[in-house]
Design a protein around this ligand. Structure first.
Ligand SMILES: Cc1ncc(COP(=O)(O)O)c(C=O)c1O
Length: 494
């Protein structure tokens, strides 16, 4: 159980006290509780929120050197998340991930990461100057999405790269797929290095045993979580959970302070305080209801002709150990519709906005903000779409075997800082890429910055284009040209 009184919201309470005292603000922000703001915006957002939009002073504490209510709020969060320390991030999980990476690796240090990471991981690798070693995730062939990496892949990679300084895992993926992170934590710790976790899509895992295990409970050393994505805080507000031991907490503190603004939004910070209180006091029951609602939706959607919403059967696949049922991935290929087309129809005709779409799927994220009424609207829209589209020819998923991960001669940071030139892809053999090339499906890079363009890759891109599949990532949307490093040329490596 918790050690602290989780019903408390010290930071939000400090702001309420400031509000109740009617304090006269001779401090920034210049809108002065909304009085200096145009009424068009102020009347819409309301004055309550503007009156707690304050700056750093003793009563409300400082994010960079917390000694008062922010310190207390972060300690409560650490208690709720089974961490030794929590750091609030108002730069989203992107900022927290960059800080997490910069806390454990520096210039030239090896870090083991899945190949299909979010761009914030790449940003962290560039900022730190680290040397990434990529692990290939498994693939769900039927719905065309990347799954997760297996413990065996982690062990094999560590065996080859015994000098690695950290391993990063995603728990769970955007589509709700977790790996056996507990086993991975044990493996990584055998090498006496930290396991760091991108838990952008898992800030709720801690609070319900029916969900996959959270990174902190599994023994990870740092977890970055998008509180705002899945639970009740505001956009951009995230948390970084830290366990002492393999991680230097003072280093984390310094890097978080280095990367974050000196003018953090107290509205965002207070929303983290309130979201943690809600999760710790009511999270289990709220998540029980969300899981039930997700099961209801999944069953109904799977009974509609042409749609498929994968569920627990995904646990049979390689790279899958846990599944978060609140992530509703709806595959529309049975209707001959792409995920992009389905998203457009739902948004424009039914005013239902999914979280995202890819070539074959849309993803709907469920949370305890959803109701049966809203879910029924989604289901009846899908039923109507199915009836209208049922005559089209179903799409076939083509996942063309991926090329080998090419040799890398520069770190992403070196490639990023090099002079570059844009040249035709077909003429780029042997050159060092300064860009990503992603194959859809399954959304895994075939080329990363600093890697050598091979004939296998150029042929593969042509093969994807011939099969009407998507290749993305280059500045040139048609992927005819690619940016390569112009002040270095490697030969004999094709
Ligand atoms: C896997 C993953 N990690 C990190 C992030 C970044 O999170 P945020 O948007 O909170 O910066 C995202 C965002 O979508 C993500 O999908």
């Amino acid at each position: 159980m918790y050690k602290l009184d989780q019903t408390k919201t010290p930071l939000f309470d400090a702001l309420l006290e400031y509000y109740n005292n009617n304090t006269i603000p001779f401090h920034v922000p210049g809108h002065k509780k909304g009085d200096g703001m145009h009424t068009k915006f102020r009347d819409f957002v309301g004055t309550n929120v503007l009156s707690i939009d304050v700056t750093v002073f003793k009563q409300v504490d400082s994010l960079h050197k917390p000694t008062g209510p922010i310190k207390a709020a972060q300690e409560l969060a650490a208690d709720a998340y089974n961490a030794d320390y929590t750091f609030f991030s108002i730069h989203g999980t992107s900022g927290a991930i960059q800080a997490m990476i910069m806390s454990v690796v520096g210039q030239g240090d090896k870090i083991i990461i899945p190949r299909n990471v979010h761009k914030s991981v790449t940003a962290g690798v560039i900022l730190s100057g680290a040397d990434p070693v990529y692990m290939q995730p498994e693939i769900h062939e039927e719905v065309g999405v990347a799954l997760n990496v297996t413990p065996e892949t982690v062990r094999n990679t560590l065996e080859i790269h015994r000098d690695a300084k950290a391993v990063l895992i995603v728990n769970p993926t955007y589509y709700g797929v977790s790996t056996d992170i507990k086993k991975i934590a044990e493996i990584v710790h055998e090498y006496n290095i930290p396991l760091i976790v991108d838990e952008a899509h898992g800030p709720h895992l801690q609070f319900n045993k029916k969900l996959p295990i959270s990174g902190m409970d599994a023994g990870a050393d740092i977890c970055a979580q998008s509180t705002h994505k899945i639970v009740g805080s505001m956009t951009q507000s995230s948390m970084l959970q830290v366990r002492k031991g393999l991680v230097d907490v003072n280093r984390v503190k310094t890097v978080m302070s280095l990367l974050q603004t000196t003018s953090p939004s107290y509205i965002l910070l207070a929303s983290l305080d309130a979201a943690r209180m809600q999760l710790a006091t009511e999270g289990e029951a709220l998540l029980d209801a969300t899981i039930e609602l997700s099961k209801y939706a999944r069953d109904r959607i799977n009974s509609i002709k042409g749609f498929y919403c994968f569920g627990e059967e995904v646990l049979q696949k390689e790279g899958v150990y846990g599944f978060d049922p609140t992530k509703i991935t709806i595959t529309s290929k049975g209707l001959g519709l792409s995920g992009y087309e389905l998203e457009r129809i739902l948004a424009e005709k039914y005013f239902i906005q999914p979280e995202m779409s890819d070539l074959y799927n849309i993803l709907c994220v469920f949370s305890f903000g959803d109701t049966k009424e809203k879910v029924d609207k989604l289901i009846s829209a899908l039923e109507e779409i199915s009836a209208e589209e049922c005559c089209k020819i179903p799409r076939k998923i083509n996942i063309i075997g991926m090329p080998h991960i090419p040799e890398r001669v520069l770190t992403p940071r070196e490639a990023f800082n090099s002079k570059t030139v844009s040249i035709p892809l077909v003429d780029s053999l042997g050159q060092i890429s300064a860009e990503f090339l992603m194959a859809y499906p399954p959304g895994i890079p075939i080329l990363c910055p600093g890697e050598i363009v091979t004939k296998e890759i150029v042929d593969y891109v042509q093969e994807l284009k011939n099969a009407n599949l998507y290749v993305q990532g280059t500045e040139d949307p048609e992927v005819v040209n690619i940016k390569v490093v112009s002040d270095l040329q490697i030969s004999n490596m094709i």
